[in-house]
Design a protein around this ligand. Structure first.
Ligand code: MN
Ligand code: MN
Length: 297
């Protein structure tokens, strides 16, 4: 389980670092430049170093830092870590995230008001640490998912996406097969038909509906972590974030051995070390660990 948890969190970081190269490109532009983009080489519109990660991983690490320092769910601690991160002048920050963190800075409120424009993927992209910390109790995960989401994003599509991504990561870690994961997407589509992805349009934007359609399309039409991630990032658009979300689910599902070593080796060393350490410590604080690791005596 601890290895799988690492794989989910590393999958997120690898997807972010790989996809950042093709963020905001079209599939045709990607094909013209790389044929198939399959290496962690940095670059992209942010001019990254190879292996450098962006806001998707950085905001996830901010959540993890807050939880590991409090050793309990600490929403104000997460908001504070977001603020520390925003003040560190990150290389990129989504406009909805910036507005939400500013709202917290100015008012101290831990929930941003409902906003029609909040259906971006910025809350769903940081679900990995939440899923690990609440592993073994889906109801608790749901509450944490929405609380952390509402720091910056308050929209039913974002909410639904966070819940589905959180469940998929947790169920993948607990050994679900692809049919069981697919069933979770059907629950989502039953409530929000716009997430339907059986006729994939090719839109991979930051609109969370497009984002999850892209992730699901490649997750369920491929047979390895590598194939899934290559499919997603060559779709362009918000490629680092579709990469991050696909990476956390596929990482948890396929496990550490299925993440190409050449990608892990390229990942920024400090980031990789913190991701691995957080994955272990978050799971050790989870309800799953209370039942399975410390259940003797
Ligand atoms: Mn990003
Ligand atoms: Mn992005």
């Amino acid at each position: 389980m601890l290895q799988r948890a690492k794989a989910a969190y590393l999958g997120l970081a690898v997807g972010d670092a790989l996809g950042a190269t093709t963020e905001f490109m079209t599939p045709n532009e990607i094909r013209a430049k790389y044929k198939i983009h399959r290496k962690i080489i940095g670059g992209g519109w942010l001019y990254l170093k190879p292996g450098q990660v962006t806001d998707d991983t950085q905001m996830s690490l901010a959540i993890g830092r807050a939880l590991l320092s409090a050793k309990r769910w600490d929403l104000a601690g997460i908001a504070d870590q977001f603020l520390v991160w925003m003040k560190s002048k990150p290389i990129d920050i989504g406009s909805t995230c910036r507005r939400g963190i500013r709202n917290y800075m100015l008012t101290g409120q831990l929930e941003t008001p409902y906003n029609d424009g909040d259906a971006g993927n910025g809350a769903a992209m940081r679900m990995a640490p939440v899923a690990l910390f609440s592993l073994g109790d889906e109801k608790v995960m749901e509450r944490y998912a929405l609380e952390q989401a509402h720091l910056t994003h308050n929209h039913p599509f974002s909410d639904a996406a966070c819940l589905t991504v959180g469940k998929m990561v947790q169920r993948a870690l607990l050994g679900a097969n692809r049919f069981e994961l697919h069933e979770l997407t059907r629950d989502l589509v039953d409530h929000h038909g716009n997430f339907r992805f059986n006729k994939y349009s090719g839109n991979a934007t930051a609109y969370v509906v497009d984002t999850l359609q892209t992730v699901f399309h490649y997750l369920f039409s491929t047979a390895s972590f590598e194939e899934c991630l290559i499919g997603v990032v060559n779709q362009g658009g918000d490629a680092d974030t579709t990469g991050a979300i696909a990476g956390m689910i596929a990482g948890g599902f396929y496990g550490l051995d299925d993440i190409p070593n050449r990608w892990l080796k390229k990942l920024n060393r400090e980031v990789r070390a913190e991701v691995e350490a957080q994955a272990l410590h978050l799971v050790r604080l989870s309800p799953w660990a209370a039942r399975n690791l410390y259940a003797q005596s």
